[in-house]
Design a protein around this ligand. Structure first.
Ligand SMILES: [Zn+2]
Length: 173
């Protein structure tokens, strides 16, 4: 009997620890009041240099092609943001405007068009199934773009972007 009680205890403590680890808070999307200085040309850095600039979560997404948790803290923050501009967190290139953000209910920040097309590049995956979206200046992975999903937007495109790798600057009132 004692062994069973001890086993239950061990299991519940283990379970709690597991959930505590899962509930680790996400780093918030970086916001600033000042417009960042735009980059002049293509930016190339070593992994060590990127690790100094980016948070571990930003590094995982931007440099290793990761994906943030859908419907997480970053997305909740994104939904509350008013008018402003989204820049690349790695290099300050202007990427999207709040004017083209829309609620796709997919759990990630969604835009229907880049605000500076030359700063956003699209690359079809090797298997041809998805189109990756990258920052054209520093080559950071941003997310994917999907076309023809029937959203009522001018482009019928959904730029599905990881908010973690965006830097938001609100418009001055
Ligand atoms: Zn960039």
């Amino acid at each position: 009997m004692k062994t069973i009680i001890r086993l239950i205890l061990v299991l519940s403590v283990g379970g709690l620890a597991y959930f505590a680890l899962q509930a680790k808070p996400q780093a918030p999307m970086s916001t600033s009041e000042k417009k960042p200085t735009p980059p002049q040309k293509k930016i190339v850095k070593t992994d060590a240099e990127w690790k100094e600039i980016l948070t571990p979560e930003q590094y995982r997404i931007a440099r290793q092609g990761g994906t943030e948790r859908p419907d997480g803290e970053v997305y909740k923050q994104f939904k509350k943001q008013g008018s402003g501009t989204y820049y690349c967190a790695g290099c300050n290139a202007e990427l999207f405007s709040s004017k083209v953000k829309f609620d796709s209910r997919c759990g990630w920040p969604s835009f229907y068009d880049p605000s500076k097309a030359k700063n956003v590049k699209s690359i079809t995956d090797i298997d041809g199934r998805r189109v990756e979206v990258k920052c054209a200046v520093c080559d950071a992975h941003l997310g994917h773009v999907f076309t023809g999903e029937g959203f009522n937007t001018p482009t019928d495109k959904r730029y599905c972007i990881n908010g973690t790798v965006l830097k938001f600057v609100p418009d001055k009132k």
